[in-house]
Design a protein around this ligand. Structure first.
Ligand code: SF4
Ligand code: SF4
Length: 105
């Protein structure tokens, strides 16, 4: 979701919610500053293996269940990774109980 930083500038706060690509921000911006995401991922998203419960042997599929693109793949049942189908929507970020899904961009 869009949030404001200390200077009042908007930024994507995936810890609170991901993006549904509803385009409301594009339509609302009077300056036309926001670009159409097109085929590029909105953000780079990855799993921090050192923090991820599954990588430590604990059963957890919360990120996979939150992903509308089925972009979270489990290798050997306990090693999730995010593949090229990821749109960078960030919906998996707040779903993770230990903040092991990181992003940039
Ligand atoms: S892995 Fe899925 S839920 Fe997470 S950012 Fe990528 S597309 Fe969105
Ligand atoms: S939700 Fe978090 S802890 Fe669970 S498998 Fe995904 S990245 Fe790992």
């Amino acid at each position: 979701m869009l949030a404001r930083d200390a200077q009042g500038r908007p930024f994507l706060d995936f810890l609170r919610a991901g993006c549904t690509f509803c385009r409301a921000c594009l339509d609302a911006c009077p300056e036309g500053v926001l670009a159409e995401p097109g085929r590029s991922p909105l953000a780079e998203v990855w799993i921090e293996t050192g923090a991820c419960l599954a990588h430590q042997g604990v059963v957890c599929v919360a990120c996979k269940q939150a992903c509308p693109e089925n972009a979270v793949i489990f290798e050997g049942m306990m090693r999730p990774r995010i593949n090229e189908a990821c749109t960078g929507c960030g919906l998996c970020v707040p779903a993770c109980p230990v903040e092991a899904v990181a992003w940039s961009g």
